[in-house]
Design a protein around this ligand. Structure first.
Ligand code: MN
Length: 411
């Protein structure tokens, strides 16, 4: 059996970002979502270049989907290497190719593909993110991963290295199935049960896309949002018409069974992408560069660098430790004056100090003196002895203050 697709796609900048770095491709039978990163311009270039590459190769019949994605990786990597304005850019890419009654997926990054069958939403792809890896290793729960501040850190993306590992998934589909491709701006805003509900309520692809994007925006819209909904239908044949070719549309037909739209909202990137084939003739790919890159044994080299980096980190840590151990200050701990070892600062949430002695002197009593107003920020001392002297001075001053207050009250 062959199925046909009715597809709708949309992208939106969201409420927070200044540009839309997402791109999509919806040209039956090839569909893809890419979420660019690496600065405003870099992100846009990376995601659109990746999609232009697979679109062009597909049109020319060059390679399988996975090879097209690998080539897209090389194209983004080379542009990133050659053009300083977009150095360091990268992109996710989740692509789907409809082949008869099969869907072939190629995937890198944290955009996602879902299958909707019998009203149930099923995630087909695996996020290439740090938090997902931590979930697999049992260090985080799914729920913790969903709200983790670093949940968007990718472990794999296109354009970062000359080669990339691409996940491949093939699945059999049937009429009635729907496929959702989306960027993390959708799934980061809407929990999966809500996405499932929306797709259950909105059967028509364009309405589903519009509503998914609208609700992701209503939920905050902190990232660019892109969604493609592909509804698979029976091949458009009427049994009464006999066995004339199923693929030939008769003149009386209302239109082709497939509707490809690239509309929606403020993004307007759809037109740019689907029209890009004419605007930008296929560039001669800079082959010599690719072959001049030395054949690398990546792992030994990586291991060396990891070793060197770890060594530097250890030295830095030991140096910091020694330095901090030689520093002293007087500050406040639990509302009381205290002697600290280290410096009154934090790095990445870690205190660079610890309490050595907590006195019984209330901090309020000390800070009521202009002299000790800076106490909560820490009064630094040359050594422990000096810190102790500062404490004794505070003790005397606050004791006098209390006596004065007591005397005043009693008079
Ligand atoms: Mn994103």
């Amino acid at each position: 059996m062959t199925v046909r697709a009715v597809v709708a796609a949309g992208t939106d900048i969201g409420h927070v970002r200044e540009g839309n770095e997402d791109s999509f491709l919806a040209e039956e039978p090839l569909f893809a979502v890419a979420d660019g990163m690496g600065g405003h311009r870099g992100g846009e270039v990376a995601s659109s270049l990746a999609l232009e590459t697979i679109e062009r190769m597909f049109a020319l019949g060059e390679g399988e989907l996975v090879e097209q994605v690998r080539e897209a990786n090389r194209a983004v990597f080379e542009r990133s290497t050659l053009d300083r304005a977009v150095a360091g850019m990268g992109t996710t890419l989740t692509a789907a190719l409809l082949e008869g009654d099969h869907i072939r997926l190629a995937h890198v990054g944290d955009s996602r593909a879902y299958l909707v069958r019998d009203g149930r939403l099923r995630l087909l792809t695996e996020d290439h993110t740090l938090v997902h890896r931590m979930v697999l290793e049992g260090e985080l729960t799914e729920a913790e991963a969903e709200v983790h501040p670093h949940r968007s850190i990718l472990t794999r993306a296109l354009g970062v290295d000359p080669d990339v590992e691409v996940d491949e998934i093939t699945l059999e589909v049937r009429a009635g199935d729907r496929l959702l491709l989306c960027s993390d701006g959708l799934t980061g805003m809407l929990p999966e049960p809500r996405v499932e509900e929306i797709l259950g309520a909105e059967v028509e692809p364009q309405r589903a896309v519009d509503r998914l994007i609208r609700e992701a925006n209503d939920a905050g819209g902190v990232d660019n949002i892109t969604a493609i909904v592909i509804a698979l239908t029976e091949t458009d044949t009427d049994p009464s018409e006999g066995d004339t070719s199923a693929t030939t549309a008769t003149p009386g037909d209302p239109g082709p069974p497939s509707v490809t739209t690239g509309t929606v909202s403020r993004g307007g990137r759809a037109e740019r992408i689907s029209g890009s084939a004419e605007q930008e003739p296929p560039r001669p790919t800079p082959r010599p560069l690719a072959s001049s890159r030395r054949p690398k044994p990546p792992w030994p080299k990586l291991a060396t660098w990891v070793g060197v980096t770890l060594g530097i980190l250890v030295l830095a840590f030991v140096g910091l430790r020694l330095y901090l151990d030689s520093q002293w200050f007087v500050g406040v701990s639990d509302g009381r004056v205290a002697v600290y070892r280290g410096i009154p600062a934090q790095v990445a949430g870690f205190d660079l100090n610890h309490v050595v002695v907590e006195t019984s002197i209330p901090a309020d009593a000390a800070t009521s003196f202009a002299l000790y107003r800076d106490l909560p920020d820490g009064i630094t001392a040359d050594d422990r002895e000096e810190a102790q002297q500062i404490v004794e001075q505070i003790r005397r001053d606050t004791a006098i203050g209390q006596q004065d207050a007591g005397a005043g009250g009693g008079a």
